[in-house]
Design a protein around this ligand. Structure first.
Ligand SMILES: [Zn+2]
Length: 210
């Protein structure tokens, strides 16, 4: 099994490469590319949020604890007072740190729902939606890079499940790059979430989103 360091090095490397191409092609700004590299590192660590070992889970949750309140405060900066924004940001921080962390511990197991292609899709669509104030090209790029780097984690896990140059496989083979969760209920729930998020993305565009 690849460790946290290997996953983040690979994901960040992919993120740097794609961001350089995107900046060269005027698809995103320079500051957007730096953010994209950070998102790449988060995406490449995120599947192991269900891991028993501390680092990936700590890193992924810490990144969410920083990103989510910041995005919330920027997104609603015109609609609410600074006091209300700060209180909401603090509330989101604590919700991610405690109830969400607890839920992930209790409701998921390693190489379960977080190691799946539908979850990569869900995470990417959430990234697309949370950057609602960014330019359309940036939103697409952030979502795309998140999906690719999330997928890089799953692919690397599968490669590490091969033995003897692919002639034999370990027991863990097939548990990372899959289209289902650890139970049929999780699988159905994931696909319902995909349909709902897909609908919101489409509605947002049709209704005049950027
Ligand atoms: Zn993994």
């Amino acid at each position: 099994m690849a460790d946290f360091k290997t996953h983040t090095i690979l994901g960040t490397g992919v993120g740097i490469g794609l961001s350089c191409l995107a900046v060269t092609g005027n698809f995103i700004t320079l500051s957007g590319s730096v953010l994209a590299v950070f998102l790449s590192a988060v995406a490449s660590a995120l599947p192991d949020i269900d891991s028993d070992s501390g680092s990936p889970r700590k890193f992924a949750l810490s990144a969410l604890e920083i990103l989510c309140p910041a995005i919330l405060m920027v997104s609603f900066s015109k609609d609410f007072s600074l006091e209300n924004l700060m209180l909401s940001g603090i509330a989101v921080f604590f919700v991610i740190r405690y109830p969400l962390g607890y839920l992930i511990d209790k409701a998921t197991k390693h190489r379960g729902v977080w190691h799946s292609i539908p979850m990569a899709l869900i995470a990417s669509m959430i990234v697309y939606l949370v950057f609602c104030r960014s330019a359309f090209s940036s939103r697409i790029f952030f979502a795309l890079i998140f999906f690719v780097c999330f997928l890089s984690h799953l692919i690397l896990d599968e490669i590490c499940s091969l033995k003897y140059f692919g002639l034999s496989v370990k027991k863990s083979f097939g548990t990372a790059l899959k289209f289902s969760g650890s139970s049929w209920l999780q699988t159905v729930f994931m696909y319902i979430v995909i349909v709902i998020l897909g609908g919101i993305c489409l509605f947002e565009q049709v209704a005049g989103g950027k």
